[in-house]
Design a protein around this ligand. Structure first.
Ligand SMILES: NC(=O)c1ccc[n+]([C@@H]2O[C@H](COP(=O)([O-])OP(=O)(O)OC[C@H]3O[C@@H](n4cnc5c(N)ncnc54)[C@H](OP(=O)(O)O)[C@@H]3O)[C@@H](O)[C@H]2O)c1
Length: 248
């Protein structure tokens, strides 16, 4: 039994297979939903993994509510560009952190305040946030806690880069362990998002946000299926912004 019929336009994720680049895939229907009607297939392909990570982090883990101060570190990336828009849709006051070249992009997504990480340090400017959504994971836990209100929460996604721009030696696991150990001793909540898979429920909620015009995927470039290696190189070497999409 499935909720879908032949010819339905769907979007979803193939994370059970660690991702795929293909014209045809076989996917469990718990990871699929009807595609937002106002998106092309290319736009819709940019949504599931990054959009669900952003929604889960802000709503389920961060429990963001209207009027709260939210900081998004890594706001110009795949997850961050969704997180800025979703946090705004929830009524939060959003401070977005990115590099100089992405300030306008992030502002256009609705951020109330944009900090350029090459010039400003969110952990040392005296501002306090109810939630820090850290998608870069290049700061110490002490730095992150300094940016929090007394009841604030840090939500970490991924293991990212160290402050010198190199990948963490221990990857996401190191930060996860550090956060788990630290959370036993401090009053702040530190939560890592790991092993997240898009679900039909999250995809349906995202569809509502998209169809109501509150969220739109930000796409840097598209590449045809035959150019997947170039697309990966662009993503990893040329420091892409937002999402890169493969077209079929
Ligand atoms: N994308 C997904 O679907 C997904 C899903 C689950 C988990 N994750 C994890 O979540 C994390 C973020 O993923 P993503 O896809 O959003 O990454 P991404 O697209 O590569 O974005 C990286 C972000 O980090 C910023 N950044 C890079 N170097 C920095 C530095 N030295 N200091 C401060 N900021 C820096 C970038 O800003 P500039 O570009 O402006 O420099 C950009 O905003 C990753 O660890 C990833 O593994 C991603």
């Amino acid at each position: 039994m499935t909720r879908f019929r032949p010819g339905d336009e769907v979007y979803g994720d193939v994370c059970d297979m660690d991702g795929a680049f293909a014209e045809y895939v076989c996917v469990p229907d718990r990871q699929m939903e009807h595609k937002p009607t106002n998106l092309t297939f290319e736009q819709a392909a940019a949504v599931p993994m990054a959009g669900c990570t952003a929604l889960l982090g802000l709503r389920e883990v961060g429990r963001v509510t209207a009027g709260q101060q939210v900081l998004i570190n890594g706001a110009s990336g795949g997850v961050g560009t969704f997180a800025v828009q979703i946090a705004k849709a929830f009524g939060a006051k959003v401070t977005a952190v990115c590099s100089t070249r992405n300030i306008e992009l992030v502002r256009s997504l609705g951020a109330d305040r944009v900090l350029d990480y090459t010039r400003e340090d969110f952990a040392r400017d005296g501002q306090r946030y109810d939630m820090v959504f850290d998608l870069v994971a290049n700061r110490s836990l002490a730095d992150l806690r300094r940016a929090l209100t007394p009841s604030g929460v840090v939500v970490l996604s991924g293991g990212g880069v160290s402050r010198n721009g190199r990948p963490h030696v221990t990857g996401p696991m190191g930060l996860t362990i550090k956060a788990q150990v630290a959370s036993r001793f401090v009053r702040h909540r530190l939560v890592t998002l790991s092993g997240m898979s898009p679900t039909a429920e999250l995809l349906a909620d995202l569809r509502e946000l998209i169809e109501s015009g509150q969220v739109l995927p930000a796409i840097d470039r598209t590449f045809p299926l035959a150019q997947v290696p170039e697309a990966i190189r662009y993503l990893e070497v040329e420091h892409a912004r937002a999402k890169v999409v493969i077209t079929v």
